[in-house]
Structure formats: structure tokens, C-alpha cells
Ligand binder design. Sequence first.
Ligand code: TXE
Length: 480
Amino acid sequence: MRAQPPASHFIDGTYRHDDTAPARPDLYPYDGSVIAEIREATEAEIDAAFEAAVAAQKIWGAMAPVERGRVLRRAADLLRERNAALSELETLDTGKPIQETLVADAASGADALEFFGGIAATLNGEMIPLGEDWVYTRREPLGVCVGIGAWNYPIQIACWKAAPALAAGNAMIFKPSEETPLSALKLAEILIEAGAPPGVFNVVQGAGRVGAALVSDPRCAKVSLTGSVPTGRKVYAAAAEGIRHVTMELGGKSPLIVFEDADIENAVSAAINANFYSSGQICSNGTRVYVHKSIHDAFAERLVARVANARLGDPLDPETTIGPMVSETQRDKVLAMIEKGKSEGAALLCGGTSEGPFVAPTVFAGVTDGMSIARDEIFGPVLSLFSFEDEDEVVNRANNTDFGLAAGLFTRDLTRAHRVVARLQAGTCWINTYNLTPVESPFGGNKLSGVGRENARAALDHYTQTKSVYVCMGDTEAPF
Ligand code: TXE
């Protein structure tokens, strides 16, 4: 098969799997062809992964941080050297257009490895003078961290979790989504090549059952999940059993607000990126587009005209801009939500249909705040358009959701931009653009969209623990 790895798991520096374990065909979403056959991790393999990670972490955590940083930066260079092959593999596994994977997947992963490799050596504590006595703090690794990925950005998610975890001296066991098992294995190979000791980064395959086994293992010190809110609740509860650290990167239903003075062309570009890039399968998408009533019709007209230029096709064709959905299941979920939008009375301006594995880029107008397509995450190429009259109204409507992942706004009035963004209940915001996620900037959500942050120095707070050491320079007194 065209993308079959040597074996399904990468544990303690080598590929392995149990030939008797249940196998799952890995399909190319564009034509349904089987590109690999992946076996589910057995209890023995999960145990072996933890044994390897515990042992490796002792060596890796004791290395000079600058040494660890060097390994991560070398891995970043290797990812960049192999970007074309990694991007083709990611397109095969996700169905995302090659014009996207070439710039947004392994490239972003390399950025994370480079960034955290660069700051690993700055992970120091403090010296706190108390007069004669003093305190110093140590920022210590947590131990073995479990990473669990979603299927939309497989290698990026693996790197966004592995880079800070390893920079801080932890070891990691990463479970990709069962939909997209392949690229994390390449990251594991590259980290070994870059000099990471075997066992520092392990990949095991499987669905929720394997994920649950990883999270509830006593050797798991922390879990970082990228996934849906329902899964987040299960994983968070399982982590609570062992009082384990958690990072939750979950779903969203984010607002994009276009004020009357916005540059319409740029705002339409942002709406397209926020709803149709990766066929809309991005958690931080601005799927609720609020446009001031004075420019609503002009905006809608321009948006529909530009959506007509979308090119649905073979994701390996560099001209393709809209790929298939990651699976028939996901396609059917999106189509069901589109039917709901129609039945609840929203006006379909374009799209709303499916061709094989594809869902056409879809725009609904006249959406009211109570409709399902206004409230529920669709995770597909479906944009809901709303009009609004004034600032207070649109801020209240934008915040009227249980999610809180992201938000964007377009205006030329800078005081309004910063005033409004301060009121928006979202962890990741954009002014006059959307969905740009440099690793220098923290990424994550509030409310049901998650806990903790990935990227930036903020991520290191979730992969270290602080030890305070009080130093007595004199005698110790006691009452008797
Ligand atoms: O998620 P699922 P998917 C969200 C996005 C959407 C979802 C789509 O908003 O809601 O992810 O990805 C594993 N114990 N984000 O369908 O089904 C499962 O095997 C342990 C947000 O993959 O929730 C998979 O590996 N693990 C994100 C992973 O959880 C379990 C960006 C996610 O599966 C488990 C991208 C269990 N009980 C997508 N059950 C962001 N906010 O950054 C399942 N899993």
C-alpha cells in the first residue's frame, strides 16, 4: 500500500506491532483507496511504551537543556528538508489540498520544534533573597506526558505537543487520531535521527479505548488532548482520577465581526479562510460571520462571487483549493447540519450540496442566533452569515455561546478594535485577519473550548512543575 509504515507503532526507538491485534484500513479520503493498514495497540504495547518513556525520561530530563534544544532544532531542520514528502503524506491521510499541507502542517510543526528548541535553555527558576536565608526555585519536568491528536492537523498537533513537552525534559507517548495515523510516525523517526534517546517520543495507534488506557495509566503525569468537547469531558474526568495535569484544545463556534468601516475585500478573504480552508475542518474557524447591516448585502454578494472560484478536486493537484472531507462519516455529519439549516429557515446563498466525498463551500444568510447552524460546531465548509446594527449588540451575540476558542474582527477604527476584542470571550483573537497561528503566540480557548495554552512560553507552564527550595544560612531554633 502506498503509505504503509514498517509497523503501526513506534516504541523505544523502533517500529513494532502485534500481528494478531485488530487492524484498521487507513483510507485516502479522495478516492477511498486503502493507503495503509494500522493495528491497534495492545495492552502489552501500551505498557512497553510507558516502560520506555519512564526510562528515557530519566536520561532526557537530566541532559543539559541546551542539549535538548539542539535535538529539537535539528528535528526542525529535518522536517523542513522533508517538507514535500511529509506534505504529500499528510494530504494522503487527511485529504487536505497539497497547496495547504505544503505550508501549514509539517512547516508549522518545524516552527514549534525550532521555537521550543531555542528556549529550552532559558527554562530556569528564580533566586529569592530573604535577608540571610534565601529560596531558589527549580522548573522540573512532569515525567511522562500523553498527547492525543485530532485528525485535521496530524503532524502539526503532534509537534505542538511534543516540542514543549520535550524541551522541558519530559518524555511523550502520542496517540494520533485513528483517522490519520501516519505522519506522527515520521516525527518519531526524525526525532531519533536528530539525537533524541529511544523512548523520549513514542507513537501508539488506536481509537478512544487506547486513548483511555493511556490517560488512566498511573505512569501518565499529564495529558494534552486536541479533540471535541465530548471527548474532552471524558479525558478530563479520567485525568482527574490521578490528579493529572491537563491541556484541553477542544471545539469552537467562533465569531468573525465585520464593522461598517471594514475593508470588504480583506474581510471576505478572512471569511473564506475562516470557513473553507481545510474544507472547514479547523477548530478555531470563524463560522459565525456578523456583518454590519449597512454593508451586509455588498459583503454577501462579494463572498458568494469569490466562493464560486473554489476548485474542488484531487487534493494532490496543486490547483485544488477544496479537498474531500476527512471521512464519509464527517461528510454525512456536515450534510445533516446543512439540512438542519435549511429546515430551520436559513437562506442558502451557495453550496449546500455534496459530490462524492466533497461538500461544496456553503453560505447561509438570514441565520438567527437560535438556529442549530448558529450554535453547534459543524466542522465543515459551512458559513453562517448574520447582520447586526451596533457594537454592544454584536458583542453580546458573539459571546452568547458555550464555546470560547477564537474570535476575529475587521475595522479601521483602532480604538474600537481593541475595545471590542477586550470584551470578546475567546482565547485566541485576530484583528483585520483570521486563523494565523504563529508558534510565538499562545493558542487555546476559554469556556468549553478548553483549558491551558499551546505554543509560546505559555505552553511551558503546562509541561513543568515548580519546586521551591528554602536555604537556611544559620541555626534552626525550636521552642523546646
Ligand atoms: O475529535 P474526537 P476528532 C476538535 C474539533 C472537533 C474535533 C474533531 O473542534 O470537535 O476535534 O476531531 C481520542 N479517551 N479540534 O473527531 O473524536 C480519539 O481517538 C482518550 C479542536 O478527532 O474528539 C482522537 O485521537 N482519548 C482543536 C482524539 O481523542 C479519546 C483543533 C480526538 O477525537 C477518547 C482540531 C477517550 N475516551 C480539532 N475518545 C483545537 N481546539 O485546537 C476519543 N479519544
